[in-house]
Design a protein around this ligand. Structure first.
Ligand SMILES: Cc1cc2nc3c(=O)[nH]c(=O)nc-3n(C[C@H](O)[C@H](O)[C@H](O)COP(=O)(O)OP(=O)(O)OC[C@H]3O[C@@H](n4cnc5c(N)ncnc54)[C@H](O)[C@@H]3O)c2cc1C
Length: 413
């Protein structure tokens, strides 16, 4: 057991899970965030705890598919005009990652990170107040036609290669299992090892409260600069008082690149905007989390209603929602759950921290010796946060990491 002090920047699900794992090892933990715990991207995700989202976005053929999506105003991909030039270098790297060998290697790495995701969540939450925010039902990946499934064939090949457990339902079996679904769905895969956060923001908050009950400190402040002396970060300069640092974890989600840049690590991190609408009076019961890969959305039953999440919108870091995106999501959910009432809803836009190869950075900083990075979790941050926390704790204590961390190294760019 250590009695050393550790500071974590970021009270999203990733930072809080790192803090909890470190506290378990006896570290005195301080988490610093400009916002309350779970208030940024971890607030609004689509609730899915998945072991199957292991295929990087950059796959062979994505370039033409992406261009087609960009030209379709009802598609799931957008670039806001003012950001079109700024995103070009990231898209260039993304395009260069889009080959079979890199996609397969990425899928293997993400598969390692995601394997046992639900069990890792339970390991952290069980016997704490956070456990009530976890649900164990499998998810359904739903398809309307053989052509839609065929379009996903590459993804399924990589899922099978990485041992994702699933079984198939035909149309009648699917309708019996999820009666609220539109009648024209043809087949579905049941993802047996999935689970969900009943409310991802509440899950993060409950973990943060547990951390505080165990003596952890949560400070609300914006970290503006990292003071370095003799190859170590020694103080955080914030918009409040400075904070002395012994060891530091940077888990600042989409905001992390500026902090890493101060330490000499240039990382091509972008915000990949995503939307959700939560229908607070849906008028129907949904039994599973659904993924519709044709529409590229996830739909989840939640404590406060039914949520649809999706879209990829490049606009830099931004929380402003555009009415046309919300209108699109309302139309999409009506096609999937025709009886849903969509009058009452809340809307939200968040910033997925995304690297061109879809893999996070989980590594020591390259030029100072008391900093570990844990950011860039893109579409899988909720799912992989507990294991990321465990890996960060292993890096800090010098234990052998539970999985091969080579693919997640900072120096790969
Ligand atoms: C629409 C949508 C749907 C999604 N669905 C899923 C899903 O179903 N399953 C899944 O696994 N993942 C999903 N994700 C992805 C997931 O939400 C993210 O990967 C995850 O929330 C990232 O967590 P984080 O802790 O890294 O970042 P965040 O939650 O953004 O937390 C980072 C924190 O760092 C703080 N911070 C940064 N810099 C500073 C600074 N200088 N000073 C102080 N504080 C700082 C920020 O204020 C913020 O609170 C989805 C994302 C979106 C947008």
């Amino acid at each position: 057991m250590s009695t050393q002090k550790i500071t974590v920047i970021g009270a999203g699900i990733v930072g809080i899970c790192c803090a909890l794992h470190l506290q378990r090892l006896g570290y005195r933990v301080t988490v610093v965030d400009q916002r309350p715990p779970g208030d940024a991207t971890s607030y609004g995700n689509a609730c899915m705890i998945t072991d199957s989202s292991l295929v990087p976005l950059a796959t062979p053929g994505i370039t033409w598919e992406g261009l087609g999506m960009l030209l379709n105003p009802s598609g799931p991909l957008f670039i806001r005009p003012r950001y079109a030039l700024q995103i070009v270098p990231w898209l260039w790297r993304f395009w260069r990652s889009a080959d079979d060998a890199q996609a397969r290697a990425g899928a293997q790495a993400l598969g390692d990170l995601l394997r046992g995701a639900l069990a890792e969540h339970h390991e952290l939450a069980d016997n704490t107040s956070a456990s009530r925010w976890l649900g164990d039902e499998p998810s359904l990946f739903v398809y309307r036609s053989a052509a839609e499934l065929e379009h996903d064939a590459y993804t399924w090949t990589l899922r099978r290669a990485n041992g994702v457990r699933h079984e198939w339902l035909d149309g009648p079996q699917l309708r019996a299992r999820e009666p609220a679904l539109a009648a024209d769905y043809w087949r579905a895969a049941v993802l047996l090892d999935h689970g969900r956060a009943v409310d991802p923001a509440e899950l993060t908050k409950a973990h943060a409260e547990w951390l505080q009950r165990g003596g952890g400190d949560i400070r609300q402040a914006r970290v503006q600069a990292l003071e370095i002396r003799d190859g170590q970060v020694v103080r955080l300069l914030t918009d409040d008082e400075p904070l002395a640092v012994e060891q530091l974890v940077i888990a600042g989600g989409a905001w992390s690149a500026g902090l890493a840049g101060q330490l000499g690590d240039r990382i091509p991190l972008e915000s990949e905007g995503g939307y959700h609408l939560t229908f607070t009076d849906p008028g129907l019961e949904l039994r599973h989390t659904l993924m519709d890969s044709g529409a590229k959305v996830a739909i989840a039953p939640m404590a406060e209603g039914i949520r649809i999440g999706g879209m990829v919108e490049f606009a830099g870091i931004c929380e402003e929602t555009l009415p046309q995106r919300s209108a699109l999501l309302r139309r999409v959910i009506k096609r999937i759950l025709p009886a849903i009432r969509t009058e009452a809803y809340t809307e939200w836009r968040g910033n997925r921290p995304s690297l061109p190869d879809s893999l996070p950075v989980i590594d020591r900083a390259s030029q100072v010796n008391n900093v570990v990075y844990a950011f860039g979790h893109q579409h899988i941050g909720l799912s992989s946060a507990p294991k990321t926390g465990k890996l960060v704790a292993q890096l800090i204590t010098g234990q052998p990491p539970a999985i091969d961390l080579t693919p997640f190294r900072v120096g790969r760019f």
